[in-house]
Design a protein around this ligand. Structure first.
Ligand code: GCW
Length: 672
């Protein structure tokens, strides 16, 4: 999306040129250099003119870019009061005919302002009269890479890891710089480089030098580096006999390790930890709590102003009744026990990044602890790299959900931005979908999800529509008809996928292990909660997981007002019907259809809607370059096959329980 293609509308181009006549960028720092380079290359691309970007202010400058303390630029366009609202990262962008100012309290804020300004031109918006004050809603806007040190990527579908550990630190791939530009352009200011299923080697000097090289590249773009910490590292790296967080030698080891890391990377962000989850080591191995584990690491980074982000994604074989409940049961009692520099990172839902799940009951339930949102940008459970799914609607559905923790309008967004419970630390992260593929993210449309994550972390009030539109205009074309149709595909794509994969609240019925394609019949894995049959519970009576008070009682983890929307099968929001209820095959749906017929309807609608996506895309042939047009067309063919695969597999399998026919107006699934 940083292509800076020439502005093709001559009237607009003329207006832009009039505003841009004489640009100046004030200040001197590595970030200011980045601003200069970005501005020069963008203006050249957009207008075709090679601008000289000056560095000292004269009365003839028309575009003035710089930090406020270079602030001969202030009045009358920018006031001190306005600057106060900005904090460290907010920016001001004001323009009247012949004069534009982009400023903020730090150079990085100015960089954010510049990218906003460029976006306006990239998406053909007017730039002559602007009055924009933009402050990020969240402090930590992050990507989590699940990149292994051998360059494979856990749940990565876009090639290998972009971190070339072998050639670092000496070789700085241009990709690192472009990655940093892309992140800064959407406000992402923190990254973890390594998989949460962590390898302790990343903490050794040979690798810390490489991490430092990346941190040095990212710093001018306002991006802090975090690492994942393997809890057993003191045993693995230093041969201590234990990793018990209350053991003095263990504490000392981590303190020294933190000091060592900060000697390489003075602004190191801190640690992200997955502990006692899916076989990872953790404090519970020593009968200590998550809080005791987190606090030990938090003490080690505190003198350096680092933080610890501790994941709440835990579930164990000992909890076979309902995996949904475990994170809440384990973490709520620890509320108030975490140090000030600890955040608890919670996945958007209680199971695992499904195409649709209700928001995680931990949101709103730990008022004394800052909770960080974890979304998954990589499409582990959403068709991986062959399916076109725009995730902004999924992200927003969760952020806008009301927890009712402090009465109406206690949205998840207000929990994670810290405003509901007054937390200074706050943030949101996405598991990255980035890899070595030439288009970075696998599917040519998948970059939109990286983009959406950043834009929503900056401002979760942006609409999915606005985000899709910006991204399409920058990445593909400003052609109005193209934008209109393609945006509709994007906006409907997630619901379409839910229809052909997991309608009516079904979940986790993907094939096990790789999670690609359907596998609702799988029942032979030794941990019950790894088997899809555990989640759909289809039988001769009906289908769905009873999580109400007559079932697993997971629904009781939500506040009463929330519960009310879901606990009565007659009134439950049908999006979540089979999430919370075991409904009979003949249960009457709001459409008047029986549940079985509704399932048939949904799966078939999903397939038909992919055909609609194909038809809409075919209309764009003359509007898109041949390469991307063809790639997306081929992938839509694959997506259609996969949608049919899902429909056929699920309906034929569930039919063995419902014992009812698939209505004759639908295509009859091919049993082969
Ligand atoms: O979604 C599951 C994935 C695992 C992942 C785990 C987690 C990193 O299948 O691959 O491990 O979640 O989030 O820790």
């Amino acid at each position: 999306w940083l292509r800076y293609l020439p502005v093709s509308n001559p009237v607009l181009l003329q207006q832009y040129k009039q505003q841009l006549v004489s640009p100046v960028v004030l200040g001197s720092s590595s970030t200011v250099s980045v601003i200069r380079t970005e501005l020069a290359s963008a203006l050249k691309g957009l207008t075709g003119n090679a601008y000289t970007v000056s560095s000292s202010l004269t009365s003839t400058n028309t575009l003035i870019i710089g930090k406020a303390d270079a602030s001969k630029i202030l009045s009358p366009l920018v006031t001190k009061e306005e600057l106060k609202q900005l904090g460290e990262e907010g920016f001001i962008l004001k323009a009247k005919p012949g004069k534009t100012i982009i400023t903020g309290n730090t150079d990085v804020a100015v960089l954010y302002g510049l990218f906003h300004y460029l976006r306006l031109m990239q998406s053909n918006q007017p730039i002559t009269n602007l009055n924009i004050i933009s402050v990020p809603k969240l402090k930590l806007r992050m990507l989590n890479h699940w990149d292994n040190m051998n360059r494979t990527v856990e749940r990565g579908y876009a090639g290998f890891s972009i971190w070339d550990w072998h050639r670092l630190p000496g070789f700085i791939d241009q990709r690192y710089i472009d990655y940093a530009r892309a992140n800064a352009s959407i406000g992402i200011n923190a990254v973890t480089l390594t998989n949460v299923n962590a390898n302790a080697l990343i903490l050794t000097p040979a690798y810390l030098e490489k991490v430092k090289a990346l941190a040095d590249v990212f710093r001018p773009y306002g991006i802090k580096v975090f690492l994942t910490a393997r809890f057993s590292a003191p045993i693995e790296l230093a041969r201590l006999k234990t990793a018990d967080p209350l053991n003095e030698d263990v504490k000392a080891w981590w303190n020294n390790k933190a000091n060592e890391i900060y000697s390489y990377i003075p602004d190191f962000g801190g640690f992200l930890v997955k502990a006692n989850s899916e076989g990872q080591p953790g404090p519970q191995d020593y009968k200590r709590t998550h809080a005791e584990g987190a606090n030990m690491l938090a003490n080690a980074v505190a003198p350096h102003k680092g933080i610890v982000i501790w994941r709440a994604f835990v579930y164990a074989a000992e909890n076979p009744v309902d995996r949904h409940k475990q994170a809440y049961d384990d973490f709520v009692p620890l509320d108030g026990k975490f140090n000030d520099n600890v955040m608890v990172q919670v996945k958007n839902g209680a199971i695992d990044f499904m195409p649709r799940e209700p928001f995680h009951p931990l949101f709103g339930a730990m008022p004394k602890t800052p909770l960080m949102m974890e979304f998954q940008v990589t499409q582990e459970y959403l068709g991986q790299a062959t399916n076109w799914v725009f995730l902004a609607p999924l992200f927003k559905e969760v952020l806008d959900a009301d927890t009712y923790a402090k009465g109406k309008n206690s949205t998840v967004a207000k929990v994670i931005d810290g405003s509901l419970d007054n937390h200074a630390l706050n943030g949101m992260t996405g598991v990255a979908n980035i890899g070595t593929d030439i288009n970075w993210c696998g599917h040519p449309m998948a970059q939109a999800n990286w983009y959406a994550l950043g834009r929503l972390a900056w401002n979760y009030n942006l609409s999915s529509d606005a985000i899709a539109e910006e991204w399409l205009r920058m990445t593909y074309s400003n052609d109005a008809a193209f934008v209109q149709s393609t945006k509709q595909i994007m906006l409907r794509s997630r619901e379409i996928m839910v229809d052909y994969m997991n309608p009516i609240g079904l979940h986790h019925i993907m094939a096990t292990g790789h999670h690609y394609g359907p596998g609702p019949w799988v029942s032979n894995l030794n941990r019950p909660e790894w088997n899809p049959v555990y989640y759909h519970k289809a039988d001769s009576i009906g289908i769905g997981f009873n999580r109400t008070s007559t079932g697993s009682k997971a629904i009781e983890q939500y506040f009463p007002e929330v519960r009310k929307q879901w606990e009565n099968i007659a009134t439950c929001d049908e999006k979540y019907l089979l999430w919370f209820h075991h409904a009979s095959w003949n249960h009457t749906m709001k459409s008047g259809r029986s549940l079985w017929n509704e399932l048939c309807y949904k799966y078939n609608t999903g397939v038909d809607s992919v055909k609609w996506m194909q038809r809409e895309w075919q209309k764009q042939q003359t509007k898109v370059d041949a390469q991307r047009f063809k790639e997306v067309s081929m992938l839509l063919n694959v997506q259609l096959e996969e949608a049919k695969w899902w429909r056929n597999a699920c309906l034929l399998y569930f039919q063995t329980f419902s014992k009812q026919p698939i209505p004759s107006n639908y295509e009859q699934p091919d049993k082969t």
